[in-house]
Ligand binder design. Structure first.
Ligand SMILES: NC(=O)c1ccc[n+]([C@@H]2O[C@H](COP(=O)([O-])OP(=O)(O)OC[C@H]3O[C@@H](n4cnc5c(N)ncnc54)[C@H](O)[C@@H]3O)[C@@H](O)[C@H]2O)c1
Length: 256
């Protein structure tokens, strides 16, 4: 009988940041279902509670704190081996719809630091351990449609940071290919989550209909919709795919 193409994650160690959020948690649960031991990392515990769920373990970590990220990846190595699967899903836009001439330095840096520098911290530490152990690995960064075109809610720093995540992904893929480490990116469209529920509620019927008219699949995304694109990149079966960004947005942005 032919072996299945997708290899699954049995015996692998994974780190998912932002795992108390809807998208991160959906990804973490899928990896655990595929056999991985998953570190669920966030600044707040998961609202739904993951105690007792096989394969999932919560660790508090602020990805903007470089020293804490270094210590965390060392802990992962010491307690079960280096993470060969890493998903950088922690992020968010901060306050929306501020005209650029009213954006403070603090607001700009906060969003850049969370979405771009935090992702860099985690990539760097994951790579340090993979290289030291001589292991191949797969990293998936979560960008946004805002990073491919523009932020729907007009957050300049978010659009810049998420475009930066795509650039970082390409650059790391190029550098790390010879080490067997693949780095790819998923760019969600508007997805119903803790981070967006309020904003979606504020849209109103007319604005929602306008938004959906630009979505080929004609509906908002769910966190579960983000799982398959991430899993595809992570799986060893995608061993010849690196440096790529997939939009998971119901067919909103279509790039050649
Ligand atoms: N939901 C959407 O419409 C959408 C669209 C495009 C991109 N994204 C991106 O997808 C990712 C997941 O978003 P989501 O919709 O699940 O949002 P969410 O708000 O539900 O989850 C984000 C998680 O990141 C965590 N977090 C924030 N700061 C952190 C820090 N310093 N260290 C560690 N964790 C931190 C939050 O506590 C939260 O649990 C984010 O990177 C977001 O920018 C979301």
């Amino acid at each position: 009988m032919k072996e299945a193409t997708m290899k699954g994650f049995a015996g692998k160690v994974a780190v998912v940041t932002g795992a108390s959020g809807d998208i991160g948690l959906a990804i973490a649960r899928e990896l655990a279902a595929g056999g991985a031991a998953v570190w669920c990392v966030d600044v707040r515990p998961p609202a739904q509670g993951i105690e007792g769920e096989e394969g999932l373990r919560y660790a508090e970590l602020d990805i903007t704190d470089s020293a804490a990220v270094t210590a965390f990846f060392e802990r992962v190595r010491a307690e079960g081996g280096p993470a060969t699967l890493v998903v950088n899903a922690a992020g968010g836009p901060g306050s929306v719809r501020t005209p650029v001439d009213e954006v403070t330095d603090e607001a700009w840096h906060r969003v850049l630091t969370l979405n771009l520098t935090g992702t860099f911290h985690c990539c760097r530490e994951a790579v340090r351990h993979l290289k030291a152990a001589g292991l191949p690995g797969s990293i998936v960064n979560i960008s946004s449609g805002a990073g491919r075109t523009y932020s729907r809610t007009g957050v300049q720093a978010y659009a810049a940071a998420k475009a930066g995540v795509i650039g970082l992904t390409r650059q790391l893929a190029r550098e790390l290919g010879p080490h067997g480490i693949r780095v790819n990116c998923v760019a969600p469209g508007l997805i119903v989550s803790d981070g967006t529920r309020e904003e979606i509620g504020r849209l109103g019927d007319e604005n929602l209909a306008t938004h959906l008219s630009g979505v080929s699949m004609g509906r908002l995304g769910e966190a579960e919709d983000m799982v398959a694109p991430v899993v595809f990149f992570l799986d060893d079966a995608a061993g010849y795919v690196t440096g790529q960004t997939i939009s998971a947005d119901g067919g909103s942005i279509m790039l050649g």
